[in-house]
Structures are given as structure tokens and as C-alpha cells.
Design a protein around this ligand. Structure first.
Ligand code: SAM
Length: 233
């Protein structure tokens, strides 16, 4: 096992694409840590889940120092064709919904947008223009059993088994900016991308990409959450 070094996200500021979006599918109620970790370098957070989970804004305020919540839980319209939750075998065809919170820095006026979307993650990644380019793909704490999505976000078609519904890494890599980040504990990673789970190398080459292990995000829950920077060969 290599030693994975803790580092300050702010130190990444000049190394990654600026003002981009963080996309976190299958997020459950895991809102605070991604925002707390990345709000210095990300302006738009996009959480997507089948469950209607609320963000604890009192807790979030402790991390967004100097920011004020100026717009809370505003309903955003969907294109009509996505207003019904895609049926991937585990839901009841509920109505899809999209909400937006906006936090504003009192001194600088900088805004942070937080979208909370109740819809299938792949549907939104493929069709929402906000996600046409992402700076960070954040994904963890998932599986295929009890309560897990069974979505192979870090899998390829080669990993096909009955336990998984989709094999999505090519969609993620297509939308990830050059030098963008994948932040993950390796949940639902297949054979080719197992290194996300093993966390045992610094640089890995896969197809036309280099995955450079930068470190883990530091706080108790984040112990296993590793930051990988993805660049073209
Ligand atoms: C095991 S939980 C993980 C929650 C979160 N990642 C965490 O670490 O706390 C899996 C979540 O995926 C959501 N989910 C299942 N299928 C999904 C899909 N197709 N698109 C988006 N979210 C989905 C479920 O509603 C559930 O909240």
C-alpha cells in the first residue's frame, strides 16, 4: 500500500479546471463533505439521487464561512421528457424534481450553486447541459446489494454481470475536463478501474488517460475517499 498524502484542496486551485461543476450521482444525504472540501474551487455542485434528501443548511453554513444562503430550494423546470424518473427496476415512477440553492459571498459576491436533483444519474449526465463538462466526478459509499444503486459508475461493458445495471465510466470520462478530478472510494469499480478501490498506485495509465493519485480528502468519513487527477496521455 502506498502512503496517500493528505493535502489541502485549495492548493489544487491552479492545477485543475476553474469554475466547473462537481457531479455526484447516487449521493443519498452525503452533501456536506463534498461541498466543504471543494467549495474553494467549484462553483456548481450537482447532487443527483432517487431519494428526496434535504441538505442541512445550518451545518453547511459552518463550512461556507462568509457566504449567505440567498436562494433556498427553488424548484427548477425540467425538459418534459425527463420529468418522470427513469425506470431502472427499483423505483415507482415518481416525478423527477430539481431544486437549486444559491449561496453568495457577502464580501466578494461570488456565488455557489447547489443543485439537488431527484432523477436517475445517467439520465441527467447524458441530457442536462449543466453536466456537459464536469470538473469533478464525486462518487462513493455505493454498492450493488442492500440499498446500493447497482450502477457501475466506474465500470466498463467488460464488467457485465447480473448485479449491475449500467457500466458508465466512458460517459464520465467523456464529460470530465482535461485535468479534472475523480474523487472516490472505488465503489462499483470494475476490473479495469479496480485501482480506484485498491488505492495502491500513484499513476495509472488506462487507454488514453493517466490517472494521477493526488491524495485523500481529510476528515473522518473521508478516510477512504481518494482524489485522482485525469489527464490525456
Ligand atoms: C448506498 S446509497 C449511497 C449514498 C451515498 N453515496 C453515501 O455514501 O452516503 C445509494 C444511493 O443511490 C441512490 N440511487 C440508486 N439508484 C440510482 C440512480 N439510478 N440514480 C441516482 N441515484 C440512485 C439511492 O437512492 C441511494 O440513495
Amino acid at each position: 500500500m502506498i502512503k496517500i498524502i493528505d493535502f489541502k484542496i485549495r492548493d489544487l486551485n491552479d492545477k485543475i479546471p476553474h469554475n466547473k461543476t462537481l457531479f455526484y450521482p447516487c449521493c443519498g444525504s452525503d452533501f456536506i463533505s463534498p461541498i466543504a472540501s471543494f467549495h474553494d474551487i467549484i462553483d456548481t455542485f450537482y447532487f443527483c439521487c432517487l431519494e428526496d434528501q434535504q441538505i442541512d443548511n445550518t451545518e453547511l453554513q459552518k463550512w461556507l464561512l462568509g457566504f449567505k444562503l440567498v436562494s433556498n430550494n427553488v424548484k427548477v423546470k425540467f425538459p418534459v421528457k425527463h420529468t418522470k424518473i427513469e425506470n431502472r427496476g427499483y423505483n415507482e415512477q415518481k416525478k423527477a424534481e430539481k431544486y437549486l440553492d444559491v449561496w453568495k459571498n457577502i464580501k466578494t459576491g461570488r456565488e455557489i450553486k447547489i443543485y439537488r436533483v431527484i432523477q436517475d444519474g445517467l439520465t441527467m449526465l447524458l441530457y442536462d447541459p449543466i453536466l456537459s463538462q464536469i470538473g469533478i466526478f464525486f462518487y462513493r459509499g455505493d454498492g450493488s446489494g442492500d440499498g446500493g444503486s447497482g450502477i457501475g459508475w466506474l465500470m466498463t461493458d467488460k464488467d457485465k454481470t447480473e448485479s449491475y445495471l449500467e457500466y458508465n465510466i466512458h460517459h464520465v470520462l467523456q464529460r470530465l475536463s482535461e485535468n479534472g478530478l475523480i474523487v472516490t472510494d472505488g465503489s462499483n469499480s470494475g476490473v479495469e478501474y479496480r485501482f480506484f478501490y485498491d488505492k495502491n498506485k500513484y499513476d495509472i495509465k488506462r487507454n488514453d488517460k493517466i490517472f494521477h493519485c493526488l491524495g485523500k480528502i481529510s476528515s473522518s468519513r473521508d478516510n477512504q475517499t481518494v482524489v485522482w487527477q485525469v489527464s490525456s496521455v
